[in-house]
Design a binder for this molecule. Structure first.
Ligand code: NAD
Ligand code: FES
Length: 275
């Protein structure tokens, strides 16, 4: 059993939880994820690791309440326990020392971006950040990023905070102004990662994305998380979750992501046992 040591609401739809999981915390690296089960009857869901502390034996997860299991998870509180907490899974992000990178975090995608950018900073790389969300309330982790990011550019779709527009508008503006980066690390909705990658491809600007498709076992056995990258079939859980953004077939992945929407809506209504 894995006790919940802290819980914070980052906004009406996103929670942060600190879980005691010493065996996981000891081996975590930026880019990796865990799979958890809330209770014995629960389904397995993958969640990206936002922070980890090997000494304290803790792992921090940040999740958006989007379906049945994240709703159940959000009903848990400090002192409660989680049934399973398996990880770290997936490959760690390949972080090569370079001069300057820019991270792009769309909505809750800012959570997995945080450990990656922090690691770049620790290696002496200058880090800029574009943080985008639909509105001011949905911008997360700005203060934490501000501890090491040189420049932070906020965008909101409705203009309630920062510049009105999409993250891609800001990236276009920065590059047009002559800002130079060695790499873009983009994490957020698939549609955002697709359009960031379409933008940076003609510039020959290395773009790393992190994918979070439907997963079941998380160990390369079920094929649930397959994705086409550079014309080859890859399994996100063991070959990723990070990939070269210019090689990912986003349209195929978006079709697959929508496959279980009807079932998810049904389970949310009637519960897992009666579904
Ligand atoms: P969202 O839909 O509110 O989008 C966030 C931002 O992405 C927008 O404000 C905008 O700036 C940008 N964006 C959206 N559509 C765009 C487009 N067509 N072109 C350019 N930019 C665009 O985000 P949300 O509701 O917080 O959802 C976050 C998503 O991140 C979820 O779909 C979740 O699955 C995903 N996520 C991914 C990971 C990962 O590891 N890849 C981890 C956590 C969450
Ligand atoms: Fe089963 Fe990746 S989740 S192969």
């Amino acid at each position: 059993m894995y006790p919940i040591l802290a819980k914070t609401k980052l906004n009406h739809n996103v929670d942060e939880m600190v879980i005691r999981a010493p065996f996981v915390a000891r081996r975590c690296e930026p880019g990796q994820f865990i799979i958890l089960r809330v209770d014995p009857e629960g389904e397995r869901i993958p969640l990206t690791i936002a922070e980890y502390d090997a000494k304290a034996g803790t792992v921090t997860i940040i999740y958006q309440i989007v379906g049945y299991t994240t709703q159940r998870l959000s009903e848990k509180n400090v002192g409660d326990t989680l049934e399973d907490f398996v990880g770290p899974l997936g490959k760690a992000t390949e972080i090569h020392p370079c001069k300057r990178v820019i991270g792009i975090g769309g909505g809750v995608g800012a959570a997995p971006l945080y450990p990656q950018l922090k690691k770049f900073h620790e290696l002496g790389v200058s880090v800029d950040l574009i943080l985008g969300a639909r509105n001011k309330d949905l911008i997360i982790l700005e203060e934490k990023f501000s501890k090491f990011c040189k420049n932070i550019y906020i965008t909101t779709d409705d203009g309630s905070y920062g510049t009105k527009g999409l993250v891609t508008d800001k990236l276009k503006e920065l590059v047009a102004k002559g800002e130079k980066y060695d790499e873009v690390i983009a994490i957020g909705p698939l549609i955002m990662m697709k359009f960031v990658s379409l933008l940076t491809k003609p510039w020959n600007l290395k773009t790393n994305v992190s994918l979070n498709p439907v997963m079941v076992d998380g160990t390369g056995m079920c094929g649930g998380c397959r994705v086409t990258v550079g014309g080859e079939t890859k399994f996100v859980c063991v070959d990723g979750p990070d990939f070269d953004g210019h090689q990912v077939d986003y349209d195929e992945l978006m079709r697959r992501q929508g496959m279980y929407k009807t079932e998810e809506a049904h389970v949310c209504k009637v519960g897992l046992r009666s579904a």
